[in-house]
Write a protein that binds this ligand. Sequence first.
Ligand code: C5P
Length: 233
Amino acid sequence: MTPDPKIVVALDYPAAAPALALVERLDPGRCALKVGKELFTRAGPALVETLVGLGYRVFLDLKFHDIPNTVAAACDAAADLGVWMVNVHASGGRRMMEAARERLAARTQPPLLIAVTVLTSLDRDDLAEIGCPDEPLARVLRLARLTQAAGLDGIVCSPLEAAAVRRELGAGFVLVTPGVRPGSAAVGDQKRVMTPRDALAAGADYLVIGRPITAAADPLAALAACEVETRED
Ligand code: C5P
């Protein structure tokens, strides 16, 4: 059976070498890996294929947002790399999300397709400035409903939004939450954080954790400290 680790380590590095140096110390049975825009732009698809080849589940976090045909083709290209999860922006609209889902549905083992609702860096004033009068949570819920209606597997959201999304969208809708800090870790520039245990209790399925693991002197010990909090009492 494929292990289903709850922790997704964010490989926020400027080159393949430091990312691979960390990955060598991790274990695909204990964590998935997230490759975002910086590392992908520098190290490209070859690195993603290397990580997949090492047995890791890879979340390709490129947040596609474009016309439906372009996003569907980009998701198809991501699936060709063998990734486990890929994402788009829900604000690209229903037709864009449906096009991506339909393209991936043609595969025997499609990656999970999830959507970003509202970036956690945006507050009420930022939303107002781009013509959105909603409160952030109301907008998250609206876009989460649209994502579900478009047939996607789930969303990325703040752990602070997870409970409300879970109540509204029900079980089986995948919730991926960054902004997670084990009890012992520094908060860094993440302002609104939750511990792994609280994020899972709020309904999160997968926890994206970067610096508490990547910047630790002993990343495996840091991963273990996070894992302890993901176990049921
Ligand atoms: O180091 P840290 O645990 O803060 O890393 C969190 C990861 O999650 C980073 O890769 C960051 O880009 C990503 N992320 C986030 N907040 C979001 C969406 C993604 O922190 N709203």
